[in-house]
Design a protein around this ligand. Structure first.
Ligand code: FAD
Ligand code: MLT
Ligand code: ZN
Length: 464
């Protein structure tokens, strides 16, 4: 699929032989997978838009096994594709050709948790939702949360520098990750698994691996700072008459909710249609052109409720919001979050999805959606906008019945040029992967690209 659709050439890597499989079997007995059904699932991405043809998947349990495998592959000139939960959105989690898939699925042990500092150290293959449950039982939360939590691995999150739904409150993984253990392409183990908050001894090498998407090495363990679990959580789901009101509601809510504001997400009417139609979710508010989801997280329930009510009264009185509902109990909280979190799932049931994940100035963030609707007309089935408005992050998605080359040509480079014109980012949080790697220059100057290439060439000379 990938090779047919994209003009890519296989680099001169070796092809895995029977002798290689036997060597892997000696390193990780019983965990060398060649079963065609398992491989079929691991060769295709979550969106089902790119597919490789790997014939072997390896499931190490320890960093030493990863090091042994990579050393062997380096000597034999075999290409390797690290894979976590395979929920990535840019086609980086699956092979392009016949690369060996190195899965972190069995590297799923918590190594330590410090109950005073909230520092969690774990293997890279731990599933995000399982880590959330683990730390919540101890009075803490993970600093990140995303719709893919049930499958994505913490190593995959770090490798993509995933943003998600708590970014507004807890910031980027560049701040919350305290340390990493990484195995480099030649098998060298880089143990920077620090638990220190402050450490100014030389270059902070771990930062280079956060968001490097497996291009510089395999992350085998993560040390991450978990904040205390908020005592009171409220979610308000509101209808707004226009995008200007979505923005004004954000300003009002920053002013009135202050330190308890923990998420500000938006979705347009088309997104609501998608989750209702494809997933049979029900909207809790009257039909509106836009919807916002506001979450507050604080330490005193009455205090937070009072603040939220003041905000809602003002927003309704001034016409910024036309209808709304609030939840404090777990069931309703989850139901409101599902309307926003499950948009990507609803989109994938609508047809082929062209995904754009852009950082843009918030004032003009929705203009591109309106512009594209006019530009594409009936060529597209749907053009929708949603995302992490509080972080200036638009998810612009276009669907069509099937993949269409002419629709892709109408979208690219137009979307990238439009974004570059606003000095935005062509990948806010999903990374570059296979699909966006050639668009990097729209967001980074030539000197930065050269430095990135030099760095990659010096750390992984065979893959450059
Ligand atoms: P994979 O998909 O398996 O891999 C992703 C990339 O990282 C690949 O390039 C892979 O080679 C590399 N990689 C994986 N593990 C390692 C490792 N241990 N060492 C080195 N490289 C590795 N992203 C957001 O930022 N915010 C969101 O809100 C968000 N929501 C999502 C919702 C849904 C429903 C889905 C399906 C995806 C969403 N994503 C979101 C995309 C996001 O990138 C991933 O969900 C997640 O971070 C990837 O983790 P993973 O374990 O699935 O990695
Ligand atoms: C989200 O915010 O829902 C995710 O990033 C996934 C997507 O963009 O569809
Ligand atoms: Zn997102």
């Amino acid at each position: 699929l990938t090779q047919e659709r994209y003009p890519v050439k296989r680099l001169p890597f070796s092809t895995p032989s029977e002798a290689d499989l036997a060597a892997f079997e000696r390193i990780i007995p019983g965990r060398v997978v060649t079963d065609t059904e398992v491989l079929a699932a691991s060769n295709v991405d979550w969106l089902r838009t790119v597919r490789g043809c790997s014939r072997v998947l390896l499931r190490p349990r320890t960093s030493e096994e990863v090091a042994h495998i990579l050393r062997y592959c380096h000597e034999r000139n075999l290409a390797v594709n690290p894979q976590g939960g395979n929920t990535g959105m840019v086609g980086g989690s699956v092979p392009v050709f016949d690369e060996i898939i190195l899965s972190t699925a069995l590297m799923n042990q918590v190594i330590s948790f410090h109950s005073v500092s909230g520092t969690l150290v774990c293997q890279a293959g731990c599933i995000l939702e399982e880590l959330s449950q683990y730390v919540e039982a101890r009075g803490f939360v993970m600093p990140l949360d995303l719709g893919a939590k049930g499958s994505c691995h913490i190593g995959g999150n770090v490798a993509t520098n995933a943003g998600g739904l708590r970014f507004l409150r807890y910031g980027s993984l560049h701040g919350t990750v305290l340390g990493l253990e990484v195995v480099l392409a030649d098998g060298t183990v880089l143990n920077c698994l620090s638990t220190l908050r402050k450490d100014n001894t030389g270059y902070d090498l771990k930062q280079l691996f956060i968001g490097s998407e497996g291009t510089l090495g395999v992350i085998t363990a993560v040390s991450i700072q978990c904040p205390p679990k908020p005592q009171a959580v409220n979610v308000a789901f509101l209808g707004c008459p226009g995008f200007a009101e979505v923005l004004q509601t954000f300003s009002t809510c920053k002013g009135l909710l202050g330190e308890i504001l923990s998420a500000y997400e938006f979705m347009d009417a088309e997104c609501m249609w998608l989750v209702r139609h494809h997933l049979h979710l029900t909207s809790p508010v009257q039909e509106s052109p836009f919807y916002v989801l506001i979450e507050t997280s604080g330490s005193r329930a009455e205090h937070d409720a009072e603040k939220l009510n003041d905000f809602l009264e003002q927003a309704l009185r001034s016409g910024l919001v036309t209808d709304g509902t609030v939840a404090t109990d777990q069931m309703k909280l989850k139901a409101l979050w599902a309307l926003r979190e499950r948009i990507s799932e609803a989109l994938s049931r609508d047809g082929y999805v062209y995904k754009y994940d852009l950082s843009l100035p918030t004032d003009t963030l929705y203009d591109l959606v309106t512009d594209l609707r006019a530009r594409l007309g009936s060529q597209a089935k749907r053009v929708v906008g949603y995302g992490h408005l509080g972080d200036g992050n638009l998810h612009l998605n276009v669907t069509s019945e099937d993949f269409s080359r002419s629709l892709l040509d109408a979208l690219e480079p137009y979307v990238y040029e439009w974004t570059a014109g606003q000095r935005g980012s062509v990948s806010a949080e999903h990374g570059l992967g296979f699909k966006k790697k050639d668009a990097l220059h729209y967001s980074k100057p030539p000197a930065a690209l050269r430095l990135m290439q030099q760095l990659k060439a010096s750390w992984t000379p065979r893959a450059s």
